[in-house]
Design a protein around this ligand. Structure first.
Ligand code: UDP
Length: 365
């Protein structure tokens, strides 16, 4: 009986169709999916991930699906129409889900895409949708709202700041995020460098962090997937004398080792960042977070304790915060990650969400 609070669940998890898990194209939601899947397996649940070909997840079975990838939603304008390529991997993933649905109790969807939301009433099992970004297009807002209204409780978000970007904020369930803290080592004695990590794309405003590095003369190490090569080249051209180093897109094990050695990370979103997984990863290594007071970062960073929240789009604000880094105790950073962002804590919130959805689904049957 799946509504029993202790029953083991059969969970089918559908990934983002923008790229393979592990490629970095999907951003932070790739890490969230991996962590949720691993935590649910740890708890004895049966989990399978459905994802684009080439996806690999340690200790979790992955059904790899071929097809053309989807264009990331954050590159699109507000009036963007819904577009699917020929032989769409998104379509193929959901066709697979349709065929095997009777083997599962619930589908967990992390794709920020119209199709899975639209398909919700066509499935015989409930779908829990994790909406990983704030409001971006009218078509997405409208279909998410429709699902929120017709399937109450099935829309999950990272933060309430993210939810506020939608007109139906009160119908969203905040799940936060969490990471496997055992993979992140605390580093008490950092080197001189600052770090910036994330997808290299305009909405992340890497140029502001580079400008701060140029003003202070403090080296900035850059880690992440180059989603927009032209944008990156422009930064290199505009700040040719800045002390920056592009290290690459690193796997968690290596990333945490490198980031741990840095004095702080700079998080400079131009958009309403839904959460900011990079912030909790840095905290877990004992690294303070200097972030714009914008989006999910405002719910993560404890201003003056585990980093600084500065005026959005202010390079001077970043520079001033960098000067005050000595005030931050790195142990407080690690401690915050342990208290608020452990994988089991995130697992509790997510599992309860799944169970609540299953109860409502049984009641409406
Ligand atoms: N990341 C990574 N290797 C790198 C740099 C970044 O794996 O070298 C990952 C990082 O762990 C995080 C993601 O990229 O999970 C960025 O996620 P975030 O939530 O900060 O932003 P998003 O890309 O989702 O907007």
């Amino acid at each position: 009986m799946t509504t029993d609070q202790n029953s083991l669940l059969n969970l089918l998890m559908l990934s983002t169709p923008v790229g393979a898990i592990g490629s970095g194209i999907g951003g932070g939601v790739e890490l969230t999916l991996i962590n949720v899947a691993q935590e649910m397996i740890q708890r004895g649940h049966n989990v399978k991930i459905v994802a684009p070909q080439g996806s690999k997840v340690k200790n979790v079975p992955v059904i790899e699906i071929p097809g053309e990838v989807q264009t990331p939603a954050q590159t699109q304008t507000r009036d963007q129409l819904i577009v699917l390529p020929k032989n769409s991997v998104l379509g193929n993933m959901w066709d697979y889900a349709r065929q095997v649905q009777t083997d599962y109790d619930l589908i967990f969807n992390i794709a920020y895409d119209w199709l899975p939301l639209y398909l919700t009433p066509f499935f015989n099992i409930p779908i829990a949708h994790l909406i990983s970004m704030g409001s971006l297009t009218d078509a997405m807002d409208s279909i998410i709202e429709q699902v929120a209204t017709n399937f109450p409780g099935t829309i999950g978000v990272y933060t309430s700041t993210q939810a506020q970007t939608f007109t139906f904020a009160d119908q969203c369930r905040c799940l936060g995020s969490g990471i496997d803290l055992s993979l992140y080592q605390f580093c008490a004695e950092p080197g001189e460098s600052l770090a910036w990590l994330g997808r290299i794309a305009p909405e992340k405003a890497l140029e502001d962090a580079v400008a701060a590095a140029q003003i202070t003369g403090i080296p900035l190490k850059i880690f992440g997937f180059k989603q927009d090569e032209e944008y990156w080249q422009q930064i290199c051209q505009d700040y040719s004398h800045a002390p920056i180093e592009y290290v690459g897109f690193l796997a968690t094990e290596q990333l945490q080792q490198e980031v741990g050695k840095c004095r702080a990370i700079l998080v400079t979103p131009r958009w309403v960042e839904a959460f900011g997984n990079v912030a909790i990863e840095a905290l877990a290594c004992g690294v303070p977070v200097i972030a714009y007071r914008r989006g999910g970062l405002t719910e993560i960073v404890k201003d003056g304790e585990t980093g600084f929240l500065v005026e959005p789009d202010s390079v001077d604000g970043l520079v001033n915060a960098i000067k005050q880094l000595d005030k931050i105790d790195r142990r407080a950073c690690r401690q915050q990650a342990e208290i608020e962002y452990s994988q089991p804590a995130m697992g509790d919130r997510t599992e309860q969400w799944f169970r609540d959805i299953l109860v409502s689904f049984q009641q409406t049957k």
